[in-house]
Design a binder for this molecule. Structure first.
Ligand code: ADP
Length: 509
């Protein structure tokens, strides 16, 4: 049932074919019903008209016969009537198409009405209202009925025509009935019904087949378009639809191709632009480096001889050195990022024990100087990964420096954990924390929670750390709560644990 519903939902072709079959069945059934009704009433009407006219000539003949028996005696009259019924019955040659019933004389003293009949049909089987009408008045009357006629054992549709006869001498009245079978018409009708049924069925199947063919003709190009659009979406920008003819599908293909070409142009343009920007940043950083080194050397000389300066000049020499150091680290960060952007960053893989990395980081003299205690969790067992020591070290150092610089917490916790697929190293502080969407924005380039803060920093540290993690196929995620601290979790996949969930890969805006 679920599979059927799925097919119904997903396949336009199934829906088109099914609804076409249902609708055409309805139309065929209605048309067939109306046609059959018309044919049936037409057949019955024409047979009835023929029957009435045949019966009329019979009534005229019988009336003539009756007129001829005027003066005869009762018994002779009765004999004559029987003969008349016989002769009327025989009158249409060998193939008799009707039965006769003669009642009368209708008014006898003992109330018994004699009946002469060509078959075993009594006056009682006749339609009562017809019989009453004939008995009481002159004229010719007819009714449809169901009777077993002409030796048949079952009741068949038939038409009964009756008229009154009057013997002029005695004044006796008689009722004469012609009973015509409509069996032939019934057979014709059955034939027509069978033909309609078979024809209708064939037509429904044909219409269903045509709907299938036509919907396929329309849907095949649509499916092709879907496949090509999917390939295009997955990055194959050269994909184009095949255009043949000038119909709607061809026009759709042309429009699709135009759209694809325009998108490809835009993407190429943006790629070029971004390449240009990357080149620009990288070139500028390179170009600034050489003069910066010279200026830095000069400032070192000034800084080293500051003792001999007056206090104002000495302070300027200190400021100069500090800002030049910051400038240098900004340039090297920018160069790093431009290498990531150009896809030129390379890993130098080593076997690294992350527990060892955590222990080394905890012993960093800088943290002790800043009066920050480090708690180590889960570093007893080795947690080995294949990674670039320089980059891993840079990430961990950056996280610890940040915790010291920004959190205001005096304790930092480093926790190492692992499973079959990866090793994670988390740096947790208990300081100001991160609020709102800051846990995402901290990774943005040049983003700082408070740009006016005097903590220095370029706003590039975490952006670079995240690129470093991604280069290993790993992730760097953050979470935090205002006033409760924050945690940065670095996850690096183990070499054999290649079953990573790609949904967990970081996405860079
Ligand atoms: P920066 O070079 O300024 O240190 P980062 O990319 O390392 O740049 O950090 C970006 C910003 O994220 C910082 O300016 C700071 O506002 C915020 N941040 C980083 N780490 C923490 C932390 N542990 N607690 C609170 N804020 C933090």
């Amino acid at each position: 049932m679920g599979r059927l519903a799925r097919v119904w939902r997903r396949s336009i072709q199934t829906r088109v074919v099914t609804s076409t079959i249902l609708l055409s069945t309805l139309v065929v059934a209605l048309t067939g019903w109306a046609l059959l009704r018309d044919v049936a009433s037409g057949l019955a009407d024409s047979r009835r008209a023929a029957a009435v006219s045949e019966a009329r000539s019979g009534f005229d003949y019988a009336q003539t016969q009756l007129d001829a028996t005027v003066e005869t005696e009762q018994s002779t009259q009765s004999q004559a009537l029987t003969q008349m019924v016989d002769s009327l019955t025989r009158s249409r040659g060998a193939q008799r198409t009707y039965e006769l019933v003669l009642e009368g004389p209708l008014l006898t003293d003992d109330g018994e009405v004699p009946v002469r009949s060509s078959a075993a049909i009594g006056a009682g089987s006749l339609p009562t209202d017809l019989a009453d009408a004939v008995r009481t008045g002159p004229g010719t009357f007819w009714r449809y009925s169901d009777l077993a006629l002409l030796g048949s054992t079952t009741s068949d549709p038939s038409v009964v025509v009756g008229s009154q006869l009057r013997a002029p001498g005695s004044g006796d009245t008689y009722a004469l009935f012609y009973l015509f079978s409509l069996e032939d018409q019934q057979e014709t009708l059955d034939l027509v019904r069978r033909a309609l049924l078979l024809g209708g069925l064939a037509m429904i199947l044909m219409v269903g087949g045509v709907a299938w063919l036509v919907s396929r003709q329309v849907l095949d190009p649509v499916r092709m378009a879907r496949r090509i659009a999917e390939r295009y979406a997955s990055g194959n920008l050269e994909q184009r639809m095949h255009v043949s003819g000038e119909d709607d599908i061809a026009r759709l293909s042309t429009s699709f191709n135009q759209m694809a070409a325009s998108l490809q142009r835009q993407i190429r343009r943006l790629e070029n632009l971004s390449r240009l920007q990357q080149r620009f940043v990288s070139d500028v950083s390179h170009e600034l480096r050489t003069p910066l080194t010279t200026v830095q050397m000069a400032s070192e000389v000034l800084y080293d001889s500051r003792e001999g300066f007056d206090p104002q000049t000495a302070r300027s020499a200190e400021l100069l050195k500090g800002e030049l150091d910051r400038f240098e680290s900004l340039l090297s960060d920018l160069l790093d990022l431009s290498r990531f952007d150009a896809g030129a960053a390379q890993l130098e893989l080593d076997t690294i024990d992350m527990s060892q990395v955590a222990r080394a980081a905890a012993g960093d003299a800088g943290l002790a100087r800043a009066g920050i205690g480090v708690r180590l969790v889960g570093v007893e067992a080795p947690a080995v990964v294949e990674a670039d020591m320089r980059r891993i070290d840079r990430i961990v150092r950056n996280l610890l420096t940040n915790a010291a610089k920004y959190s205001g917490s005096d304790v930092v916790e480093i926790e190492v954990a692992q499973n079959d697929e990866s090793v994670s190293l988390a740096v947790r502080d208990f300081g100001v924390g991160l609020s709102g969407d800051e846990n995402v924005r901290v990774f943005d380039r040049f983003w700082r929670a408070d740009p006016a803060r005097t903590q220095g920093g370029t706003g590039l540290g975490l952006a670079i750390s995240r690129e470093d993690a991604a280069l290993h196929g790993g992730t760097l995620l953050a979470w935090g709560r205002a006033g409760e601290g924050s945690e940065f979790i670095l996850t690096i996949p183990k070499p054999e644990g290649s079953a990573r969930n790609p949904a967990l890969d970081p996405v860079y805006a």
